[in-house]
Design a protein around this ligand. Sequence first.
Ligand code: GCU
Length: 331
Amino acid sequence: MKQRSKIAYTLSVIATAAAMGMAAGCGERSSGVVLRLAHTLDTSHPVHAAIEHMAGELEKASSGQMRIKIYSGGQLGSERETIELLQLGAIDMVKTSTAPLEGFIPGMAVFGIPYVFRDEEHFWNSLEGEIGKSLLELGVDKKLRGLCYYDAGSRSFYTKDRPIHSPADLKGLKIRVQNSRTSIRMIDAMGGSATPLSFGELYTALDQGVVDGAENNPPSLLTSRHYEVCKFYSLDEHTRVPDVALVSTETWDRLTEEQRGWLQAAADASVEFQRDLWKRKTQETLDTLVESGVEIIRPDKRPFQEAVKDLHQSFHGTDAGRWMQAVLKEN
Ligand code: GCU
């Protein structure tokens, strides 16, 4: 579908849902605030569970005055499209990976730079400190206000026909990447051929051989069912790209001080819930993948890190490069 007709279609879906909601909701429900949130993940994904948790907390704190209507699984389009819908005022909230956000907020590209975080602790220290907080506020002049980060673990390669033991194995392979220039540059630096596609298009693209592989965290490999097609999962853990919940500044400005407090508290509670769930799910998922016939490879990470050294250098003097320097100084 062309971009314009896709947006028109999406707006009609939202309008129909809103009309049905009104018809069904005569009485006290229709008088409250309903925040429409879009994301692209399956409802079995731990990040969807976190969003449901946030919705539950918000409803409780506001005694039913505030609710979140979740449009999951890419119903309203790709992450990039839903960010645009947020800016247009068609929806109120989006859960997206930070990768497509870098097209709107250049500093977000820092998360796409491979091997910038030493480990999980370094990653969370950066997110919970000044760096993470500032990045959440960077998009406010573009109508994008960050509420919180969700754990999306680390991303690694999965492929159909050839296991990846070192960057040399990527040569000649078309690897799907997120809609982000940094991801494209990473694959190029490692010797593969980057193909940007939306998450929703990926299963078919893998199945039909449009691409030879992709990269993601374990729960996303499982819940997207890409493992049905890709039987090699190589844990090189090149990036830690978090998920983020955003609210449009227009919606935020319309809320009262008290309502904003409820929403932020619900988001914060969902982060705590999700980080715990994520840890358990990641281990469980790896076991399930093995049971489903996926070969897990644990390659030496050094050749991958070596391959992206020049890429790191090339960020000097850019927005993302400045954030990278800040991250590297963080404990
Ligand atoms: C992760 C992330 C999603 C994103 C997906 C992707 O699963 O949580 O938000 O859409 O990666 O690779 O596109």
